[in-house]
Write a protein that binds this ligand. Sequence first.
Ligand code: PEP
Ligand code: MN
Length: 337
Amino acid sequence: MIIVLKKGATEQEIEHVAERIKSLGLAVHISKGKERTIMGAIGDEEKLSALPLEAIPGVESVVPILKPYKLVSREFRKEASVVDVLGVRFGETEVVVIAGPCSVENKESIVDAAKKVKAAGAKVLRGGAFKPRTSPYDFQGLGIEGLKLLQEAKKATGLPIISELMDPRDTELLCEYVDIIQIGARNMQNFRLLTEAGRTKKPVLLKRGLSATIKEFLMSAEYIAAQGNANIILCERGIRTFETATRNTLDLSAVPVLKEETHLPIVVDPSHAVGRWALVGPLALAAVAVGADGLMIEVHPDPENALCDGAQSLKPAKFAHLMEDVKKVALAIGRRV
Ligand code: PEP
Ligand code: MN
């Protein structure tokens, strides 16, 4: 249920409405917009029927949320929400670019990558420390050592950092190092992990599962939001289809569909979608054209010798060229990089 409060409702009135709802055993999530405050009452809505909400001072109207995802739905919040990561804002006019290698390999390489992607206009540095690999014999990431190296790269460039959380037991540790928690495609429905990420209040970038529908994707985001963490960035990274020409099939229609369904910002990762560096550029441009709030692109100083995903990684110079084109497309649709 959504409770829309009157324009100018006082803090006291808002608090009172929240207390009345909580006393019935429902959870309350408050969203303060520019114009007015909206309250989401989540739980057994039957219990609310005993409460004449519209009679409480400060309440303007009460509307049911019809979608199964509540807090992340457009019904709950009409305005686009903005996720702020140390001043880098996802969900506004700027198209925010996250770039860096698939995994952190050594200090020299991650600092080099960080400096180069920053010079080209990236605003966040990526780098996996805990890697979800299909084969147990492949490089699994440097773990905590990788997180420390990401910190070095942050110190050298000032770029906020994002890295993947694979195990709920590492949540606290990861949060000491990263500015955005990444939940990978393979863990999109790891509900314990989502719950832990939701408890942290850190920005979370949630990647779409390999075979997840948009509804399932948003239900996973709801798990994070239900814990009180509304700092969620969605990431479309390609889905499994019958097509084998590319690693996955980038579902670009997910971007405008998600814009209708949710107020959360959406970024697109063309690298994991296509799996080949030569195809990354065109899809990155298309993603911006369809309204993505950001991009995640794998860039490696030496893709030929990368320990992970070298085939889809752009060399820094190629990335810099691509960024010039990204700027042009962004400008053409009234955005900027
Ligand atoms: C990644 O971004 O490092 C990654 C493993 O991507 P995905 O979870 O989308 O496969
Ligand atoms: Mn990768």
